[in-house]
Each structure stands twice: as structure tokens, then as C-alpha cells.
Design a protein around this ligand. Structure first.
Ligand SMILES: Cc1ncc(COP(=O)(O)O)c(C=O)c1O
Length: 360
């Protein structure tokens, strides 16, 4: 069974703390998962509703309206050379992360590099095809050849942002070693102290996307997590091969989601106002956690605060759970997270505003 090859589902380990936090009389403040709580913009809902008579099979490659919207976002926001790349929709980016090793034909003789602290699905996707997982945050840390490198900037969980020079080093590595580099940029537009850069940025690539792909998602940018709307873009040959495999496998974004996504990629005003909501929550959270003795590490961008009190992460998780606050233990993301916790900015303003008094 494939499930036997995969790691234990880590969230089950959080259940005791979740139970404790949920029993808090004034109610749970759930900062453990990054699931959006803000409403979908009415125009995006309308676009989805107008596509509900979806009797025909959708295009795996996406409607022409969706592809045009994706290209427009890639050019305007990711600063990519949209003429020199290909882009296809995915059913959210989690499936694309999990399935990419399989779609690229990797197997038990392959190796996949992932960041030392990372979203667990990079390792899951590699393990699902029997590939070896190695940890590397820079090309210099790679002591062996690999078949696929995952980057994630801004990072989940740390909020670290890769600089232009760090990205350039990976682009050079991709070209020199003929290795595929996949950059998961689902938090690209949530820059706070630092402005994140896409690996597709023309300044870095000069429009040469050989071996480079990037993943972008509408889940956080436009609160469309429930629509499952994201995209893979970059190297035309790679994207064409991924598309062909996805056609065979029936990995198709449903028609109403494609219609919503076409509207959402063009809705920059909506994305900016959502960003402001997170910026305000972030400021309140920063103050409350610092007052409670936590140090903020990295967290320059993205949807999370990466926090430590220089104690085992489970001590911090339990201390917060006693106060009705649930966070994710850093160890879920790698051994280097053992003394950290991750707090998501995805609670309502009313709940976030209660944090400071809970943590006093
Ligand atoms: C780094 C990273 N990649 C991908 C995803 C998946 O996002 P979605 O499938 O909603 O696009 C997440 C979700 O939290 C994430 O943190």
C-alpha cells in the first residue's frame, strides 16, 4: 500500500493539544493551520456561479481565458517573460507538489532535494515514488547529484525569503547540472519586511527557463483554498510533458474553479486588500507573542510567524494550548524546527485581537 510508504500524518500528534485548547472557556484561537478565514470576493464567486452548467469535460490545459489571466499575472506580478514560458492550471498546488516527482518520471533510483525545514508534502511526493530525500538549502550543500530540487520562498514554515543571489545560484545549478529546479512560490505576494522574488523573474533568468518551473496558488492570495486553484509555469518542454501526463491521469481543474481562477488572477485589488488584512493581523500577533517571551525568527514574508522561546516546541505548544491557543510544533517541518512553533495569520480579527490578553 502506498500509505505504508508515507510518514505518519503529523497532525494526528497535535490532537491532545487541540483537545486541550478547544476546552478553553473563551473558545479556541486556532493558529495551527493556514486555512483562510476571509470571504471570497463577490466577483470571483459570480464568475464561478456563471460556470456551474459544467456539462462538458474541462480542458486540462485550462480555458483560454484562464491561461491569459495566468500569463498576465506572471508578467505583471512575478515579473516573468510570459512569452517564453508555458503555464497550466493545477488542482491547488498541494497535488502538484505531491505528484510532481511522479509526473516527471522519477522513481526509486531518483533523489529529490528539499529545504531542511519544509512543507511536508515535498518529502511525501518523493517518498511516494520511492525516491531518496536529501536536505539542501544551497547548491553547496548538495553532496550528490539529484533529479529534482524544491525551493520554497517565502518559506512555510519559517517565512524566510531567498535573495536574488541565492535564486541565481540555483538557476546556475539547474543549467550547469541539467537538474530540474521547482520553486514553490505560493506565498510570493505576501512580502512584509522583504519583497520576495520569483525564480521566473526576467532579471534573474533573462527569459531562459530551461529546467525551471514555479508553482503559484490562489489559496492564500485570494482566499480560494476551497476552489483548488493554482498553476505550474516555466520551462515549455517540462510543462508540456507535465500537461500530457496530467491529461492521461485526469488531473483536471473543474470548470467553475477555472472560471473563478481566471477572475482571481486578474483581481490585483482584491489581493492587495487581503494582504492588508494579513499585515494588520501580523502586527497584533507579533506584539502578543513577543510580550509572552517569544522571539520572532525569519518571518520576513508569508502567512506565518516562526517563533521560539528556546524550549522544546511541545512545551510551547502545550503552554499556548492551556490558554486556548493552538499552533503547529516546528518539528513537523524538520528536526531543525524542534525548538520552534509556527503561528498562522489565519484566524478572524476578533480572535487575533484576543491573543494579547490570553498570553499575558
Ligand atoms: C509551501 C506550500 N506549498 C503548497 C501549499 C498548498 O497550497 P494549495 O494546495 O492550497 O495551493 C501550501 C499550503 O499551505 C504550502 O504551505
Amino acid at each position: 500500500m502506498l500509505a505504508d510508504k508515507l510518514p505518519d500524518f503529523p497532525w494526528d500528534l497535535l490532537q491532545p493539544a487541540a483537545k486541550l485548547a478547544s476546552s478553553y472557556p473563551a473558545g479556541l484561537i486556532d493558529l495551527s493551520v493556514g486555512t483562510p478565514v476571509d470571504p471570497v470576493a463577490p466577483a470571483i464567486q459570480t464568475a464561478a456561479a456563471a460556470a456551474l452548467d459544467a456539462h462538458a469535460y474541462p480542458l486540462t490545459a485550462g480555458t483560454s481565458a484562464l491561461i491569459a489571466a495566468q500569463q498576465s499575472w506572471l508578467a505583471d506580478i512575478a515579473k516573468a517573460d510570459a512569452q517564453n514560458l508555458a503555464t497550466i492550471p493545477t488542482i491547488g498546488s498541494k497535488e502538484a507538489v505531491a505528484l510532481l516527482p511522479m509526473l516527471l518520471g522519477l522513481n526509486s533510483s531518483s533523489s529529490v532535494a528539499i529545504p531542511a525545514l519544509a512543507y511536508p508534502t515535498y518529502a511525501v511526493g518523493a517518498q511516494a515514488v520511492g525516491a531518496k530525500v536529501v536536505l539542501a538549502d544551497t547548491p553547496a550543500e548538495l553532496t550528490q547529484a539529484v533529479d529534482l530540487v524544491w525551493l520554497n520562498s517565502p518559506s512555510n514554515p519559517t517565512g524566510n525569503v531567498l535573495t536574488a543571489d541565492e535564486l541565481k545560484a540555483w538557476i546556475t545549478y539547474a543549467r550547469d547540472t541539467n537538474t530540474i529546479v521547482a520553486s514553490d512560490e505560493c506565498y510570493l505576494t505576501l512580502g512584509w519586511d522583504t519583497q520576495p522574488i520569483s525564480i521566473l523573474d526576467m532579471q534573474l533568468t533573462a527569459g531562459d527557463y530551461k529546467n525551471l518551473i514555479a508553482l503559484h496558488s490562489l489559496s492564500k492570495r485570494s482566499s480560494l483554498a476551497g476552489y483548488r486553484a493554482a498553476m505550474i509555469s516555466g520551462d515549455k518542454k517540462l510543462v508540456a510533458a507535465i500537461l500530457l501526463a496530467r491529461k492521461h491521469l485526469g488531473l483536471i481543474t473543474p470548470t467553475p474553479s477555472q472560471a473563478a481562477a481566471a477572475a482571481a488572477w486578474l483581481d490585483e485589488a482584491g489581493a492587495q486588500s487581503q494582504k492588508q488584512v494579513y499585515l494588520n493581523r501580523r502586527a497584533v500577533m507579533q506584539q502578543a507573542f513577543v510580550a509572552a517571551g517569544f522571539k520572532i525568527s525569519a518571518s520576513a514574508a508569508g502567512l506565518y510567524l516562526w517563533l521560539t522561546r528556546d524550549e522544546d516546541c511541545w512545551s510551547s505548544v502545550n503552554w499556548l494550548a492551556e490558554r486556548g491557543v493552538l499552533v503547529a510544533p516546528g518539528v513537523f517541518y524538520g528536526a531543525a524546527g524542534a525548538n520552534y512553533i509556527r503561528a498562522a495569520m489565519t484566524e478572524t480579527d476578533a480572535k487575533i485581537n484576543q491573543l494579547a490578553s490570553r498570553l499575558m
